[in-house]
Ligand binder design. Structure first.
Ligand SMILES: Cc1ncc(COP(=O)(O)O)c(C=O)c1O
Length: 393
């Protein structure tokens, strides 16, 4: 099993569900069935193709129902990264005649930040909003940054590193009043929050399958009807002419199945995960000097981000891996060098503390026992390293 395997090279204590989730058996079944029984190309006009198209439409409607939008407003992509690229670059390029100013925040996923950097190279101006210490954007700070030439605002809903939840409806209202377009990266929101995108002051929203026990390599961008978008992948009329290429039908069927199942379980799981996470938060708050970076209330119950002072971050992660624990660290590997994550720097953490930062994210297989073992191992390793660092000091 994914979380407690012990035999296939996987970490025994898997607490990195925000990085990816194991594909659930019902999804594997649905995908296998699609591959075995739906061999056609959805664009072919004979019966085999039409059957594939029917299956694609069913899956599209299923995912759309979970997002609270019409099926024909979804554009399937190769994942969250492509959906973010398509939203940022596609909306900016299609609307540049109205202005060339974009607003985002300093704590976005790299898919958004790097798309914005590219737009700067293409002559757009980008404002990167600061956040509070939890990574949240203040609607008044956003309001003050809007300019007559602002055409697009993109803000993350649930922060993938911190688990803090931006007030997306309130932020969207500010953008809507101004008349600009609003995109949100909802990759970490799907399966955790009620999305109901059609009723939000949002024009575009990105999601991904592998964060909700679906397959890797499939995602979607919801684009509100009437919003102009420049396609990035060209070469076919698929996805309403907005994303060329034969659709990844098994992946899309898997995505829709995963979305339907997680939506059904969502509120019951929230309560369970909240109980587990509250206990974990209390336990870890006992670590000397620990700083908790996840907002105490505006958060999802699946992610906890903490920084531990007086420990060498790299040694901590090596020791945790040796103890068979998989958690995410506060560094990104850039050109072979470990750089502190830009999100952690943006919320005000100094480099050494950012390097000694852990993101713990829980999921369907996480039990009280898993978290008990993890807490014991973490406290033991932190104690050893803090003692060593004091001895050196
Ligand atoms: C908030 C957020 N946006 C975008 C992505 C990228 O999604 P994908 O891995 O499907 O490309 C991720 C995944 O790491 C994410 O957490």
């Amino acid at each position: 099993m994914f979380a407690h395997d012990g035999g296939n090279g996987m970490n025994r204590i898997y607490l990195d569900y925000a990085a990816t989730t194991p594909v659930r058996p019902e999804v594997i079944d649905a995908m296998t069935r699609a591959m075995e029984t739906v061999p056609g190309n959805p664009s072919s006009i004979y019966t085999t193709g039409r059957l594939a198209k029917y299956q694609l439409t069913q899956a599209r409607d299923e995912l759309a129902a979970v997002l609270g939008v019409p099926g024909n407003e979804l554009i399937f992509t190769s994942g969250g990264t492509e959906a973010d690229n398509l939203a940022i670059k596609g909306l900016a390029l299609a609307n540049q005649h109205k202005g060339r100013h974009i607003i985002t925040s300093q704590v976005e996923h790299k898919a958004v930040l790097d798309s914005c950097h590219r737009l700067q190279e293409w002559g757009f101006e980008v404002t990167y909003l600061p956040t509070d210490k939890w990574g949240l954007v203040d609607p008044e700070v956003l309001r003050a940054a809007l300019r007559p030439d602002t055409i697009l605002v993109s803000l993350i809903w649930v922060n993938n590193e911190l688990g803090s939840v931006n007030p997306i409806a309130e932020l969207g209202k500010v953008v809507q009043q101004h008349g600009a377009l609003f995109h949100t990266d909802a990759v970490q929101s799907l399966g955790r929050l009620t999305i109901n995108a059609g009723n939000l002051p949002v024009n575009a929203l990105s999601v991904s399958a592998h964060k909700i026990y679906g397959p890797k390599g499939v995602g979607a961008l919801w684009l509100r009807k009437g919003t102009a978008l420049q396609p990035l992948v060209e070469g076919g009329a698929q996805e309403s002419n907005l994303r060329g290429g034969t659709e990844n039908l098994p992946g899309i069927v898997g995505f829709a199945t995963a979305a339907r199942l997680i939506e059904k379980e969502r509120s019951a799981r929230w309560a369970e995960e909240q109980a587990l996470m509250d206990d974990l938060r209390r336990e870890l708050a006992e670590i000397p000097g620990v700083r908790i970076n996840t907002h105490p209330e505006q958060r999802v119950p699946t992610i906890l981000n903490i920084s531990i002072p007086h420990v060498d971050g790299e040694s901590l992660f090596i020791n945790l891996d040796l103890a068979s624990v998989a958690v995410s660290n506060g560094s990104a590997c850039t050109s072979g060098a470990q750089q502190p994550s830009s999100v952690l720097t943006a919320i005000g953490l100094p480099d050494d503390l950012a390097r000694a930062t852990i993101r713990i994210s829980i999921g369907r297989e996480t039990t009280r026992e898993t978290l008990g073992s993890f807490t014991e191992i973490l406290k033991r390793e932190v104690h050893k390293l803090q003692k060593k660092s004091k001895a050196i000091a």
